[in-house]
Ligand binder design. Sequence first.
Ligand code: BGC
Length: 364
Amino acid sequence: MRKGILTIAAVGLLTAGALTACGDDSSNDPSGSAKTPKIGVILPDSKSSVRWETADRRFLEEAFKAAGVQYDIQNAQNDKTAFQTIADQMITGGVTALMIVNLDSGTGKAVLDKAKSQGVATIDYDRLTLGGSAQYYVSFDNETVGKLQGEGLTKCLTEKGVKNPVVAYLNGSPTDNNATLFKAGYDSVLKPKFDSKEYVKGPEDAVPAWDNAQAATIFEQQLTKANGKIDGVLSANDGLGNAAISILKKNKLNGKVPVTGQDASVEGLQNILVGDQCMTVYKAVREEAKAASDLAIALAKGEKKETGQTVKDPEGGRDVPSVLLTPKAIYKDTVKDVIADGYVTKEQVCTGTYAKLCAEAGIS
Ligand code: BGC
């Protein structure tokens, strides 16, 4: 009996000592875990879109710095093994919250489950991990992104006045749930037009890992297959769109065939200004980064936040608490809005021959 009490007292002292030694303050931590908040972020690559390194990294850093929280942002460079190694190192290194942009749901799930088992809070950033275990999902309304692309292509085809246009699809990576959602969005606009024979469905391919170089090869094959008769290209992002434009240029068809995009990249915006690209979809990554970092910081402190919205994971059947932001379609006359929002600068977009086009598009 006596011995028992002593043991408990000793453990109590040890715990208190350990906490003091770490210099942690558990007073506002209901979980009692009392760890210094540190947020790990794994970005997917730097080639499928320029956004990850030029926008996400920058805006996440901005948000973490403003919150005065420790962070570690790394890029897996489209390598699934590296993705898992980075996650392991972050967990061992003491992150209290882990944000991932998965390369596919399988490795994403493995990483999320491991983090969870180690008591690390998890967030799916931009891409939902199907069958995964992330506590939150922060992204844009991705079906709306696709809908804006479908509507954009329709608008540009109408302006060109082509009768019964043949539309080709360059879809995103088959392992990215966002690519599925984008397609659902543009199909909702275009499929009725194919069904009514107003439009003709041309070749359709998904581009593995959103690889821009491969997209050019795929589009060249599509154009050959269609005997050069493609009147519009529904391309899922600016990188794939630029790949299609490069092949259209080779065939002197650029500017005649509208191409869609996404991400409001400098290159995409320049393609719009020059008339080779119909539109892009601007997603204010600063807001996405802010929403995700707010949640990560709350989780790291052991707090729970209400997002007021959930997204159903079609594979796991889970309702995942989510923040979904609103995307915006950008045409020649609204390129200026992206610049005004500080996403890209006038200096980046309005270089050389683009200076005149910028002036014409009201970019001052
Ligand atoms: C993102 C897009 C990006 C694409 C390729 C998607 O998951 O939502 O913004 O263009 O991945 O990186």
